[in-house]
Ligand binder design. Structure first.
Ligand SMILES: *Cc1c(COP(=O)(O)O)cnc(C)c1O
Length: 462
């Protein structure tokens, strides 16, 4: 299996190289050259398997020769051992035909753990073999950073630097990043928005002298291995509800488009998914683009679902690549236009996007109302991101097709918003109850590439 860039001019890589690299050298994102298919029988055979065994069968064709079967099984086993639920990704019923896929039983209580715990084990196995050391740099709106730090803390061959927007992450998110004591963990609070943090990370990858000098590796949602890890729970949940003999739909609370793009891959692999619904908060650039074809960022407005406060949705580039019939030059052109303010999707590509995705938006009041209403109707407490999904899903549901909404974080990760909506303050699970008592360690830094790069050079020299 080989990996190609969405912009068409970067070197073709193996799975291991694409994973260790993250962003392609032409600025693009890696995708498999072809998408492996699973037959109806292959999918049916996933029924009743453990999450780990299903994960192995679904991901194996993408790994190529990077790991042997036993090595890869071992990596998967270690990745999910720290989850607080035996099913890893259990389904909970909300209504006759609406289900929640709980993706928050990992160590940092958000779905990002599914990908990050796997990538931590993949990196460790690859670097142990080669004897190399890497510097991991990531930008976070809150959940990616905590998940990355949790996955890489204490690993010998890795330093991990996480940039988060100062003052714009929840206290639980911040503490999950600032309280690990391991010396290879570096939390950086940047003065700016998530999009600024993400732009500086992209700049570092495009500064080849720096990139090669510190052996930069990326674990943001642009990393193909993360998308791949997320493909698994689309299969396991759909199979629980009758796939491949019955189609299901998914609604996905969306920011950087990584999670829903994994659903798109699952569909292309042969999983019978009827609709894939993008749910956004009031930062609704994706909903506007899928509705009208214009992609023009116009500033982030903070919301109670901060992990979706995004205007430059990096994985959308992968969807554009397929919508433009894998024309890397066309994608590169759009991304140049984006730098100058925005782009218009061509008619043909817009039609292709709309065949693949529906979309909806949920404002702040609707988010709170959904949390309150769902608690009354079902006894379930939703995190605000999940509530955005549930609100949109309720509008998009069709008779006869089960709807699965992805529950992307535990309510205790966003206790203020949940308490404001319901009067109930969700407690942290017992295994992390002392989070508020641990000392914090963080470096505040300006939105300045040179300053960030020199800090990283200094820290890894010590
Ligand atoms: C990251 C995140 C999202 C958005 O996922 P994307 O893959 O960026 O679209 C939604 N909800 C929560 C809780 C998240 O952490």
């Amino acid at each position: 299996m080989q990996y190609i860039s969405t912009r068409g001019t970067a070197p073709v890589l193996t799975f291991e190289q694409a994973m260790l690299t993250g962003l392609a050298r032409d600025g693009g994102l890696y995708l498999p050259e072809t998408i492996p298919m699973m037959s109806a029988d292959d999918i049916r055979a996933l029924g009743g398997l453990s999450y780990e065994e299903a994960a192995f069968r679904i991901m194996r064709p993408y790994i190529g020769a990077t790991f042997t079967d036993t090595a890869f099984q071992d990596i998967i086993a270690r990745a999910y051992a720290g989850f607080g639920h035996a099913a890893r990704a259990p389904l909970v019923q909300l209504d006759s035909n609406h289900h929640l896929l709980e993706l928050f039983h990992g160590p940092t209580l958000a779905f990002k753990d599914f990908a990050m715990q796997l990538i931590g084990q993949l990196f460790q196995a690859a670097l142990a073999r080669s004897g190399d050391r890497v510097t991991i740099v990531g930008a976070t709106s809150g959940d990616t950073g905590s998940a990355a730090i949790e996955a890489f803390r204490g690993l010998d061959a890795v330093d991990v630097f996480i940039l988060y927007p100062h003052g714009r992450v929840s206290e639980v998110q911040r503490r999950q990043m600032t309280t690990p004591v391991e010396s290879n963990v570096h939390a950086l609070a940047i003065d700016g928005h998530f999009d600024d943090a993400q732009a500086r990370v992209k700049d570092m990858f495009n500064d080849f002298a720096f990139r090669d000098g510190v052996r930069l590796a990326g674990v943001n949602s642009i990393n193909w291995a993360r998308v791949l890890a997320q493909v698994v729970y689309y299969f396991t949940s759909a199979v629980s509800l009758g796939a491949p003999d019955r189609a299901v739909s998914f609604t996905v609370p969306t920011g950087n488009f990584g999670d829903i793009f994994a659903g798109y891959i699952a569909k292309r692999m042969g999983l019978p998914i009827d609709r894939l619904v993008v749910a956004t908060n009031h930062n609704d650039i994706l909903h506007r683009c899928l509705s009208g074809g214009e992609y023009r960022p116009d500033g982030v407005i903070p919301s109670i679902s901060p992990s979706m406060d995004i205007q430059v949705s990096s994985n959308f580039e992968r969807a554009l690549f397929y919508a433009y019939n894998q024309d890397g030059a066309a994608v590169a052109q759009l991304m140049d236009e984006l730098k100058a303010g925005g782009f218009s999707v061509s008619q043909g590509a817009l039609q292709a996007l709309r065949e693949a995705f529906d979309s909806g938006r949920c404002g702040e009041d609707e988010t709170s109302a959904t949390i309150g209403r769902t608690l009354k109707a079902t006894g379930e407490l939703l995190c605000p991101h999940t509530a955005v999904g549930v609100h949109v899903a309720e509008k998009m549901r069709q008779r006869g097709v089960p709807m699965i909404t992805l529950a992307t974080a535990h309510p205790a990760k966003f206790p203020d918003a949940v308490e404001a909506a319901t009067g109930v303050r969700p407690p942290l699970p017992p295994r992390m109850a002392d989070l508020y008592d641990r000392p914090e360690r963080v470096t505040r830094i300006g939105n300045d590439l040179a300053a960030i790069e020199s800090l990283i050079r200094e820290r890894i020299a010590n």
